[in-house]
Unconditional design. Sequence first.
Length: 119
Amino acid sequence: QVQLVESGGGLVQAGGSLRLSCAASELAFRSYAMDWFRQAPGSDREFVAAISRSGDSTRYADSVKGRFTISRDNVKNTVYLQMDSLKPEDTAVYYCAAGVYGTLRVNYWGKGTLVTVSS
């Protein structure tokens, strides 16, 4: 059974940094693009960042461009999200997903990790 397990969430002050990790198991990791989405209280889930299967291509939501960096390790079957210059509006549950690069198609979801940014 495919599992995506996020970690690294927590409470941070505005301007601070966090690094999220998502470890995949029972997944042909190199066959999937990996994405991060987030959902703030009372809001819809939204796209944050994506990385292609090889890691050569990335894309970001405008709201995080220049502050967040997505990367992956195809040996460790892990995808990362480095989040810098955090803002209170980045507060959300962050979800890892495996899907198709260049689309919002998701085949597998993680259960999420909470990031809270205090002002």
